[in-house]
Design a protein around this ligand. Structure first.
Ligand code: FAD
Ligand code: SF4
Length: 181
């Protein structure tokens, strides 16, 4: 394909796609709506990743640098696709930063958003300060301070972990789950 490939989303999937295409000589245009690449592990400050045990900022940071340093990949940050049209092999995309590009194909890598636990009030999130989400725990560990009770900063003696909140739940119309956590 002579035209570049449009990749929407600069998280791990978009970064991996751009790098894989570049490794076979294929140009791409990577569009990320946030001001930083890296997706959820970077934007939400995850700690160490399974299975490698590497800090997210190192593991994903490496993926970001090899994309940002690659001349076959044009990166647009803080940007979205405003218009997209054409036909297979010959599309045109207009970006919110005023740029436009002719692309041969598009890959959507827009990822996910975290479930807002306020929508399951029976578990106390939003009511009791020491009920926190997994993402908050990740951020506590990343900060280097370790897991602490937000109410008074003490190290908790025991922790209850509630799995699957927001998944497989008919009350909120979501009967499925990722099947991988
Ligand atoms: C708490 C937690 C811990 C986790 N820990 C691990 C772990 O240890 N190991 C592991 O392998 N996985 C882990 N995961 C899973 C991992 O975070 C995801 O599998 C991964 O982030 C998915 O990457 P992605 O690129 O598909 O999506 P995302 O990371 O969601 O990235 C999507 C990107 O697309 C951008 N985007 C969205 N919409 C648009 C748009 N319209 N235009 C432009 N850009 C857009 C977003 O800003 C974002 O940068 C964890 C997940 C959670 C919730
Ligand atoms: S994969 Fe397992 S732990 Fe994750 S939401 Fe589904 S049932 Fe719950």
């Amino acid at each position: 394909m002579t035209e570049p490939v449009l990749i929407v989303g600069g998280g791990p999937a978009g970064l991996a796609a751009a790098h894989a295409l570049a490794s076979v000589g294929q140009r791409s245009v990577l569009v990320e709506k946030e001001s930083r690449l890296g997706g959820a592990p970077i934007l939400s400050g995850y700690a160490k990743l399974v299975p490698s045990g590497e800090w997210a900022k190192d593991a994903i940071g490496g993926m970001v640098s090899r994309v940002e340093g690659n001349s076959l990949i044009a990166v647009h940050k803080g940007c979205t696709v405003k218009e997209f049209g054409g036909e297979a092999g010959a599309f045109r995309a207009s970006l919110s930063n005023g740029a436009s590009c002719d692309v041969g194909a598009a890959i959507l890598c827009t990822g996910f958003t975290h479930f807002d636990s306020v929508n399951k009030p029976e578990w106390g999130f939003g009511t009791f300060p020491d009920v926190v989400t997994t993402t908050q725990v990740e951020q506590m560990i990343s900060s280097g301070k370790g897991v602490r009770c937000p109410s008074d900063g003490r190290k908790p003696e025991r922790v209850a972990i509630l799995l699957c909140v927001g998944s497989r739940d008919r009350q909120i119309g979501r009967e499925w789950c990722s099947k991988i956590c």
